[in-house]
Design a protein. Structure first.
Length: 377
């Protein structure tokens, strides 16, 4: 092995030495030196190799970028397509729901319309039947309208009597109702006319109260309040002293006192007044008293219209008491007291009948005839 290795090294050394000699010979001989034209192709080959390798790299990079862009565009378009598909499905679902709701609403409206049409048809049939019955009634019983008019007059008479306390108008309306029944010339209405006659008699027997006259008198008394004057302080009369001397000798002390009193009376006079003295009213209290007196008189007027007998009597009594206690005794106070005395005995409450007996009979008669009309008898 060592021998072979040594032979190889020797061979290599010999070859290297031969190459060195050859190069030296070429360097020494100018004719055999290479020209610039022979060196140019050898220098251009590496440059072309570098340009080709850089172009390949750029092409690879461009291809990679194109692939990445294509992938991105594909992914974005795929996502948009999925979103549009989902939105389209949702819109289709909503449209189907709306269509189902619309169909349900149309079905409900159709059922309601059918019910309305059915009700209208039944109502039309009922109205047609009633119109025939009314025409039949008009042809067979034309006097029933006058009977209804008489019942209306009786009801209006009740309102006049109980709401307005107008007995005269109520009696006139009842008389007009009796005239309507008399014009019918129906013997079956005799009980109703008898009840009407009793009602008219009861109204005419009611005691009449001149309410307007009472109110006018109270108003005239009220106008005199401002003319009243307050009563002054009334002092008790002082007794005159007795200076008469006694003829008895034993009364010498009393005679001496009287003589001294008669002598001093010319200088100082002392008189004793015994009695209750009331204090005078202030101007404000005077105004309140006058306004309260007017209020009592107005309260009595209102009680006349409301038929409140207790309030009417108490108001007049209080007004009379105030006149006697606080105002001076003059012609104005005397006139007011005389007028109040005349009004105190007036009866303002009237007992009206609670109801008309003819009204219930007329109402029952109309109901019976209407019932016969509806049943077709």
């Amino acid at each position: 092995m060592t021998d072979k290795t040594d032979n190889k090294q020797d061979h290599q050394n010999t070859a290297v030495a031969g190459e060195v000699d050859a190069e030296q010979q070429q360097a020494l001989s100018p004719e055999t030196s290479p020209s610039p034209e022979s060196k140019a192709p050898e220098q251009q080959a590496p440059e072309q190799k570098k340009t080709a390798s850089s172009g390949k790299i750029l092409a690879i990079i461009a291809i990679v970028i194109a692939i990445v862009l294509a992938a991105i565009l594909y992914w974005h378009g795929h996502n948009q397509a999925l979103a549009q598909t989902e939105q389209l499905n949702r819109m289709q679902t909503e449209l189907q729901q709306q269509q189902s709701r619309l169909e349900q609403a149309e079905a409900a409206q159709s059922s309601k319309l059918a019910a309305v049409v059915s009700n209208q048809n039944s109502t039309s049939e009922q109205l047609e039947g009633l119109s025939h019955k009314v025409l039949d009634l008009d042809s067979k019983r034309p006097n029933d309208w006058m009977l209804a008019e008489a019942e209306y007059l009786v009801r209006m008479a009740g309102r006049k009597l109980w709401l307005e306390q107008d007995a005269v108008s109520a009696a006139m309306m009842l008389a007009n109702a009796d005239e309507r029944l008399a014009a019918l010339n129906d013997p079956g209405l005799t009980p109703v006319r008898r009840a009407l006659a009793d009602d008219i008699a009861n109204i005419k027997s009611v005691k009449k109260v001149d309410r307007e006259g009472l109110v006018i008198k109270l108003n005239s008394i009220n106008d005199q309040v401002d003319k009243l004057t307050l009563a002054g302080v009334i002092m008790a009369r002082a007794e005159a002293p007795d200076f008469t001397l006694s003829e008895s000798v034993s009364d010498w002390k009393e005679n001496l006192k009287k003589s001294w009193a008669s002598f001093s009376d010319d200088f100082v006079t002392v008189r004793r007044r015994d009695g209750n003295v009331e204090a005078l009213l202030s101007p404000q209290q005077h105004w309140y008293l006058s306004e309260n007196l007017k209020g009592k008189l107005l309260q009595a007027q209102l009680a006349v219209y409301r038929e409140q007998q207790d309030i009417y009597d108490s108001s007049l009594t209080q007004a009379e008491q105030w006149l006697q206690d606080y105002f001076a005794d003059d012609s104005v106070r005397q006139f007011m007291l005389e007028q109040l005395a005349q009004l105190e005995g007036q009866q303002i409450k009237v007992d009206y009948p609670e109801q008309f007996s003819a009204q219930e009979r007329l109402q029952q008669l109309l109901d019976d005839r209407l019932q016969r009309l509806l049943t077709g008898l």
